[in-house]
Design a protein around this ligand. Structure first.
Ligand code: NAD
Ligand code: DAU
Length: 342
């Protein structure tokens, strides 16, 4: 039995990964370590807890807490760490960067220290295409310089530099994946697609930043978790791999497609004040991950349709979230923007 520590496993991509990994690897025991911040949610793992009793353990804890991290790794004799735990929302990093430094940078450092001291066989970091910064044309390759622009992106790039240093200095067996904009079930409704889908279901306005002509490379969550798993199990130690959908679209086109699927009018769209420092475009070259045997297999429109249907059918999941502390974040982020919208 291999014991895999999945940090941040109660979040969006982490919970989808846990479900996938337990199905794909019958000889794995998955231990989720999650602080359960506003974005962590045990509802995301409810079915997992039932379906995989005996091969799944949940530990509530902070990756920046050395004692909890060391104790969890020792107690469960962890072979590999897959680090999803992070503050992940760019807008929140602009409002208050503090938690991003504590979790994304310092938390990663604590995990690296534990991996080094306790001889963990593999440390995998779930990173992001945002580390490359704005890409006006072409596609980023893994050797491109890291030029992050938001506090979030900088915190993820900082973590990557620490990981690189641990590889070079201590010979720690590390791998990194840099994923692009991911969408699918269980995504916290602060991100573009789940926010806009759930607002549209309720006939609420959709606050589109600026002209809506920014470009993101959309990747279905099932493709993302398969790429992470492949790099974890077969990637070359010390290497980073881009995981992109090779599916670059303007935000406004994605929103229009979503509205058409839902049968809601485009008049819900409001152009609001832009995000400060907003990267205009991301795009990834995925040849390296493809050479390993990965490819984004989902068709964008079908995956978007499935995602929309999931939110329509799982209102119990997101209504709970949107009726809580989320309201205060929404007011802070959007009230003035929407009041001034054209
Ligand atoms: P998310 O915000 O949905 O989930 C983050 C999870 O981490 C939550 O369960 C939260 O409780 C947990 N967490 C936060 N701070 C913690 C701490 N100090 N200790 C332990 N747990 C903590 O995020 P997501 O969208 O699922 O992203 C997961 C990872 O993937 C992140 O590292 C993010 O940078 C990366 N990523 C995300 C995307 C995307 O489009 N969502 C794309 C590429 C990479
Ligand atoms: O590229 C990978 C990154 O994708 C991940 O590392 C991040 O964790 C994840 O949050 C995501 O970052 P983005 O900032 O690209 O995602 P977000 O959903 O916040 O925004 C997508 C695009 O939509 C972006 O250009 C900003 C725009 N947007 C977003 C929101 C929330 C709007 O126009 N209005 C909004 O209300």
């Amino acid at each position: 039995m291999k014991n895999i520590l999945v940090t941040g496993g109660a979040g969006f991509i982490g919970s989808n990964y846990v479900r996938y990994a337990l199905q794909a690897h019958p000889d794995w025991h998955v231990i989720v370590l999650d602080k359960l911040t506003y974005a962590g949610n045990l509802d995301n793992l409810r079915d997992v807890a039932e379906a995989f009793k005996g091969r799944y353990t949940f530990v509530r804890g902070d990756i920046a807490d050395r004692e909890v991290v060391f104790e969890t790794i020792r107690q469960h004799r962890v072979h590999a760490i897959v680090n999803f735990a992070a503050e992940s929302h760019v807008d929140r990093s602009i409002l208050n960067p503090d938690a991003f430094i504590m979790t994304d940078v310092y938390g990663t450092y604590v995990l690296l220290e534990a991996a080094r001291e306790l001889n963990v066989e593999r440390f995998h970091q779930v990173s992001t295409d945002e580390v490359y910064g704005d890409v006006p044309e072409g596609r980023s390759t893994e050797d491109d310089p890291l030029k992050p622009n938001s506090p979030y992106a900088a915190s993820k790039a900082a973590a990557e530099l620490l990981i690189r240093a641990y590889r070079v200095t201590y010979n720690l067996p590390v791998t990194i994946t840099r994923g692009s904009n991911t969408f699918g079930p269980y995504q916290y409704p602060e991100k573009l697609l789940p926010l806009f889908i759930t607002n549209a279901i309720d006939d609420q306005p959709l606050p589109l930043y600026g002209d809506g002509m920014q470009v993101r490379d959309w990747l279905y969550v099932m493709d993302h978790v398969q790429g992470i798993d492949l790099v974890l199990t077969r990637g070359e130690v010390g290497e980073a791999y881009n995981l992109g959908g090779e599916n670059e679209r303007h935000n406004i086109d994605v929103v229009r497609m979503m509205l058409a699927i839902l049968g809601k009018p485009e008049s819900l769209i409001r152009h609001v004040a832009d995000r400060p420092g907003h990267d205009r475009r991301y795009a990834l070259d995925t040849r390296k991950a493809r050479a390993l045997g990965w490819a984004p297999r989902s068709d964008f429109e079908s995956a978007l349709r499935e995602t929309v249907e999931w939110y329509v059918n799982n209102a119990w999941w997101w209504r709970k979230i949107k009726s809580g502390d989320f309201k205060e974040f929404y007011r802070r982020q959007y009230a003035e923007r929407l009041a001034q919208a054209q």
